[in-house]
Design a protein around this ligand. Sequence first.
Ligand code: NAD
Ligand code: MG
Length: 397
Amino acid sequence: MSGQNRLAILGSTGSVGLSTLQVVRDNPGIEVVALSAHSNTRLLLEQCQEFKPQYVILSDETQGDEFAAHLKAVSFQGELLLGPEGLNQIAGSPDVDSVMAAIVGAAGLASSLKAAECGKKLLLANKESLVMSGSLFMEAARRGGATIIPIDSEHNAIFQCLPESERHAQLLNSQQITKLVLTASGGPFLRTDLDQLASVTPEQACDHPRWSMGRKISVDSASMMNKGLEVIEACFLFGISPQDIEVLIHPESIIHSMVYYRDGSVLAQMANPDMRVPIAHGLAYPQRIDSGVESLDLVSLGSLRFEAPDFQRFPCLGLGREAAEQGGTTPAVLNAANEEAVAAFLAGRIGFDKIPLIIEELMLKTPCEEAASLAIIREADERTRTLAKQLISKRFA
Ligand code: NAD
Ligand code: MG
């Protein structure tokens, strides 16, 4: 691998974080300079012992003293930073070349944005930050000179299928490219009877047929809000309008997305469904390294299937599209309402079928404002969370 490769992994104890560390283990040229977790101190301590980073960040500062004592007991030589400010400090640090943004949810916004502003190579897994603040985010990256490499597998696939000149253009050349297709597995409830969706459990929702992921994104995949968020993400990343993005169910999850060209050509990226593929691509870009993932055996797969999504089964997909079309602060409202509804579902407080009802009601209640500043976006996020908590307690819990 060429160039400096001092990597900070924000969210190293999560699913994407662990896959990233696995690729690092297989590729000794990558230097891990920072690791972060919110509260899983046991795993973070193990990672510090193995990777010996220069910095470690614990964003939940309430456990700071205890964790500092553990680090001391294992003679950790690096520096411990506490709280969300520590994440921002590392995302912008001159000691860091690349930032893997793998924190889940809105909690990842500030540090991802900081890395964009400071011109880092930004490996962006945290889709929620783009959904919330897309225009501001892309503008910050442009001004800061950051290189954003999407790690979300669909967007990474599109990135790979675009000509190099279009990958960072922030406005897709519609003379050449006619549409983008995001594929979706359909999740665990693709064929479940609709009247059973009220009683599915968090365990069933998190039991994804193809991908192993964190709990929040697993629920988003089951409701297909994940694909709604990804439509918004693609609009901002590639500068394309939502009407030019199609969503296609592809249960095998082998084709990760596609680019349709004017002359009838369609370029698709294929791989076994394992996040180490887009992560290895992002880490090595523009070169290639081993991801540790088995190469595709198309003969044993035999066939690949595709079908149009059913918007009645997956109302969250329609809500995501609507938010993409409205723009402004609506995607931030959608995201906040979804995060609160998913947390309530995972806590056993509401049924799975209530998730879209809560989001739809909050989208209807909240006026769409221009997303002119981070303060306006944060205010929309906070207001929606307060309203969502009230709505959940009063009507749905
Ligand atoms: P996860 O829940 O497994 O891990 C989340 C990580 O974020 C953990 O390290 C945790 O310590 C940290 N974290 C949680 N709350 C935090 C907070 N308040 N402040 C700071 N850090 C906090 O999540 P994941 O599945 O790895 O997903 C991470 C991100 O990547 C999400 O935005 C998700 O949408 C995106 N993504 C994940 C996958 C996947 O396969 N898991 C695929 C595509 C995109
Ligand atoms: Mg994805």
